[in-house]
Design a protein around this ligand. Structure first.
Ligand code: PEP
Ligand code: MN
Length: 475
């Protein structure tokens, strides 16, 4: 695959460094009329209907008074890394829960998901020879878009569950009532999660010299576990070799790693409350996470979400599907990134393998013909959700794998870069997606089905995909 030289990427991103004008963002977007609250003048889909406006205002004011979760400079660092991936010189790995929950919030769960992401990154790096940019759907991935406002069970209709930061998933009127206090609780949980992630990343846990110690107990005697252990010992040998050559294994690049957070910026009141003016560039950043994305259901060009996204300088993602037409994707990308800054826009396709083979080429052609810089990422989860006869939402591992393969195939054919993958996964040994080498069956689903929303890959299934992708990146 053609590699674009790093200097030209750097030059392009340097050229696009923030201007000082107050109404122009780093991306060149004309911000006239934009404020962190200007989305309120547009139609905002997928927002909860709170009963008490004062209660909501108090919660949002509380969040406004709290510190930002991330620093704008970190988001700029991420944007450069994403630009590098868009140019084919890195691969991006997004992973984590569909929806974080209050109940499953434990240090061990955060650690296990983090650890699987580290393992996957090693597998991918070893296979591809390029850096892997790690982004967790963590520390803020709470709010969920729903197809229906109401859920009806046995003739009783209640508001749909919209994520733990909004209501609770039990099917009772009290649980389903949107409660603004949950937003503050979600902020606190995000803060604690991020604190742990930062500690793991910088405090020695993620040191490459510990590659053997990341093995998860329950994968020890599985095929995936052995495959990982084998690779880890080769990494170990490479580190010993480097040390013998006099290369310092205590160098920060071997002892620390960078890890970023991402979520769907769905609840605009919450996002607004954490939108802060960066003191170094005088631009606004969404400081609830490093990377924010807009979901398939809320990317209407005139809608409130697009209004919010145009004014924040974070790197942003837009989910696209077979329903997207090339012209409107091009116009959206231009609207959000008028100066064509590399790394600013990630297009995350989610359509299932068959539709991807049919529709992704025309979307790539539209973007290429318009000369736009984007990072292409595959989300092989959301186009492959099915409901079993026993009532479980699941995803067949084979369908997920097939969509990833289709993504690589299409990019190979088009001469563009398959830049990354976006997975719903967990470090816990759940049975939520069927298939994989440990062959979760439909009857197994009930054994350990813990997700609060969509089914996640378990550690072994996630690592299996990492080996598959490493093979593709090597090819
Ligand atoms: C998600 O990522 O959890 C999600 C809801 O995705 P989409 O908007 O693509 O359906
Ligand atoms: Mn989901």
């Amino acid at each position: 695959r053609a590699m674009v030289d790093k200097a030209s990427v750097m030059a392009a991103s340097m050229k696009a460094k923030p201007t000082k004008s107050a109404d122009v963002s780093a991306t060149g977007a004309n911000l006239k009329g934009w404020t962190p609250a200007s989305w309120r003048e547009r139609e905002a889909l997928q927002q909860p209907k709170y009963e008490d406006a004062n209660e909501l205002e108090n919660a949002l004011n509380e969040i406004k008074s709290r510190p930002p979760l991330v620093f704008a400079g970190e988001s700029r660092d991420l944007q450069e890394k994403l630009a590098n991936a868009a140019a084919g010189n890195a691969f991006v790995l997004f992973g984590g829960d569909c929806a974080e929950s209050f109940k499953e919030f434990k240090a061990d769960n955060v650690r296990d998901t983090y650890r699987v992401l580290l393992q996957m990154a090693v597998v991918l790096m070893y296979g591809s020879g390029v850096p892997v940019v790690k982004l967790g759907r963590m520390a803020g991935q709470f709010a969920k878009p729903r197809s229906e406002d109401l859920e009806t069970i046995d003739g009783v209709s209640l508001p749909s569950y919209r994520g733990d930061n909004i209501n609770s998933c039990e099917f009772t009127p009290e649980a389903r009532r949107p409660d603004p206090a949950r937003l503050v609780k979600a902020y606190d949980q995000s803060c604690a999660t991020l604190n742990l992630l930062r500690a793991f990343s910088g405090g020695g846990y993620a040191a490459m010299t510990r590659v053997n110690d990341w093995e998860l107990d329950f994968t020890e005697n599985t095929e995936r576990g052995r495959q990982y252990a084998d690779l880890a010992s080769r990494v170990d040998a490479a580190i010993d070799f480097m040390a013998a050559c006099g290369i310092d294994e205590n160098h920060p690049s071997m002892q620390e790693t960078s890890f970023f957070t991402a979520h769907e910026a769905l609840h605009l009141g919450y996002e607004e409350a954490l939108t802060r003016l960066d003191s170094t560039t005088r631009e606004y950043y969404g400081c609830s996470a490093h990377f924010l994305w807009c979901g398939e259901r809320t990317r209407q060009p005139e809608g409130a979400h697009m209004e919010y996204f145009r004014g924040v300088s974070n790197p942003i993602g837009i989910k696209i599907s077979d329903k997207s037409d090339g012209e409107s994707v091009v116009s959206l990308v231009k609207h959000l990134n008028p100066d064509n800054v590399p790394g600013r826009i990630t297009l995350i396709s989610r359509m299932g393998a068959k539709k991807l083979r049919e529709h992704l080429p025309r979307l790539i052609t539209a973007i290429e013909d318009a000369g736009l810089n984007v990072l292409w990422v595959t989300d092989p989860m959301h186009g492959n959700t099915i409901k079993t006869d026993n009532g479980y939402k699941t995803r067949p591992f084979e369908a997920v794998r097939d969509e990833i393969m289709a993504f690589f195939e299409v990019h190979e054919k088009m001469g563009t870069h398959p830049g990354g993958v976006h997975l719903e996964m967990t470090g816990q040994n759940v049975t939520e997606c069927t298939g994989g080498t440990n062959n979760v069956s439909v009857a197994d689903l009930e054994k350990c089905y813990l997700t609060h929303c969509d089914p996640r890959l378990n550690a072994s299934q996630a690592i299996e995909l990492a080996f598959l992708m490493a093979g593709e990146l090597q090819a």
